[in-house]
Design a protein around this ligand. Sequence first.
Ligand SMILES: NC(=O)c1ccc[n+]([C@@H]2O[C@H](COP(=O)([O-])OP(=O)(O)OC[C@H]3O[C@@H](n4cnc5c(N)ncnc54)[C@H](OP(=O)(O)O)[C@@H]3O)[C@@H](O)[C@H]2O)c1
Length: 303
Amino acid sequence: MIEGARILVTGATGRVAFPIARRLAAAGNEVFGAARFSDPAGEERLRGVGVAPLRFELGRDDESTLPDADYVFHAGAALNLPPTEWEWQFEVNVQATARLLRRYADARGFVLCSTGSQYAFQDRPLREDDPPGVHLGPYSVSKTAAEQVVQLLSREQASPCTIIRVFSTYGPEGGTPIDRIERMLAGKEIPLHKDAPNMYTPIHEDDYVALGIRALEVGESPPVVTNYAGSEPVSAEDYLAFAGQMLGVTPRIAYREDAWWPIAADVTRMHEVLGVCKVLWRVGIMQSLAARHPELDLPEVEV
Ligand SMILES: NC(=O)c1ccc[n+]([C@@H]2O[C@H](COP(=O)([O-])OP(=O)(O)OC[C@H]3O[C@@H](n4cnc5c(N)ncnc54)[C@H](OP(=O)(O)O)[C@@H]3O)[C@@H](O)[C@H]2O)c1
């Protein structure tokens, strides 16, 4: 575990980075949490866990104004934009990433959060050497491009970097599996891809925090590229059926041609470079629901 270091975490109010920033601060590091604070409550939330909020807009603000740091965990990104805003998405996700890594050329570790959505479809778990594709439109393309600027600058600057391809995260902060379960609780349909079963490898917060921090420590030039996903595959159908049973609700799945195609990771390399996940999905889902919905009377899970 990194201790006594100065660490910049971008996207620090987000689902992935907030718990990582919190853990790094709890371990005695000086942590700067950068974001635009589109929700103003985010600044207080960071301060409350010992992270110094830093108002910084990727794509607009000047990276030379950022504080010195030993490590950078770069999770800030433009997500969920309409395709018409692709130029801004590339500005934030690609060009600002390049400037950030130039600013921190001498850092001891730089992690880029890429995505499992940058792979082309394969009817099997996705490996790091599989080709890119366009899972989620310009967002996926921008992440592939961001990987390439990190590849280039890491080599040119001899900067130790790690590119983590983030698959579905979940936990008390939410995440796709929890979003789907919450849709079910709200009585809404859950769109899934028509080719059942929809296989995923969701990674629980306890694991993504531990493996995310490990990613800061293992950087190399050229970069280490690894999937960042749960060790235990599960279909969306199975986790919805399980959660439905626990909550006394029947999932209403709508199989659709135009739903996101499922993505599951081959975690062989991740196990070698970052470690193995510990949280079993049934336990993780119940723990996440208990944290988000204290009003629910949830049964104990037997594994
Ligand atoms: N969670 C997943 O399952 C998943 C899956 C695949 C990839 N990823 C990748 O993991 C990273 C984190 O994702 P997440 O799920 O934590 O996303 P998130 O919850 O939407 O958080 C995004 C963060 O980025 C900040 N941000 C957005 N635009 C910004 C800008 N222009 N300048 C500065 N900060 C900006 C947001 O705060 P403000 O709005 O306040 O600025 C927020 O802190 C992203 O790079 C994403 O591509 C996540």
